[in-house]
Design a protein around this ligand. Structure first.
Ligand SMILES: [Zn+2]
Length: 195
């Protein structure tokens, strides 16, 4: 007779790291989804192996989202995607993102343009174009460049545009932001109707 393990007794109450909704998740899981905002999370351990403080301040290894305009915690970073769009600039197909950072930690944070990467369906990647390599993408198109590297101290915010040159035939899969050591990420799903 197989050992019977009732799992109803092992549900853990926690708050969604993005929207704060209360969730009940089985303790043996290391991933879960939020019914309220739809984001999904992958943790480095099972929920039952986290101590109380870790459960109250969850730091997902990966956050998967199909939404923009929400503050997302990635390690010590907090990032916000204001908009995402595809435009044609000088006959090139450009994926634009308008992003923001805020620093609610107690340390200075280094914000780098190469924290943002686009993946296509085959796994090839595209990194943001530097403004001095293609000025028409930014100032020439009324979009202020985020910059290569910026430091923001506690309480500060940072905002700017990044443009990615993506071949017309490419099917884009997701936009990734990464930060921290070891790196944690958020993956913005790009299964949208790009024209
Ligand atoms: Zn949520």
């Amino acid at each position: 007779m197989p050992e019977h393990k009732p799992n109803a007794s092992n549900f853990i109450t926690l708050q969604c790291p993005t929207c704060g909704a209360g969730l009940q998740v089985a303790g043996e899981k290391n991933q879960f989804a939020c019914d309220h905002c739809g984001n999904r999370y992958l943790l480095d351990r099972k929920l039952e192996d986290l101590d109380v403080a870790e459960r109250e301040h969850l730091e997902p290894n990966v956050t998967y989202t199909h939404q923009i305009q929400q503050w997302l915690r990635v390690a010590e970073y907090e990032v916000f995607l204001h908009s995402i769009s595809v435009e044609t600039v000088k006959k090139e197909r450009v994926l634009y993102i308008d992003v923001a950072y805020r620093n609610q930690s107690a340390m200075a944070l280094k914000c780098r343009h190469d924290q943002w990467i686009v993946f296509d369906k085959e796994g090839y990647t595209y990194e943001p174009v530097k403004d001095y390599n293609f000025p028409e993408l930014y100032e020439g198109n009324a979009k202020r460049y985020l910059g290569l590297t910026r430091i923001i101290t506690p309480g500060m915010r940072l905002r700017g545009w990044l443009g990615f040159l993506v071949p017309p035939s490419t099917t884009l899969e997701y936009l990734q932001f990464s930060g921290g050591t070891p790196a944690k990420t958020v993956e913005f799903e790009l299964q949208l109707k790009w024209s």
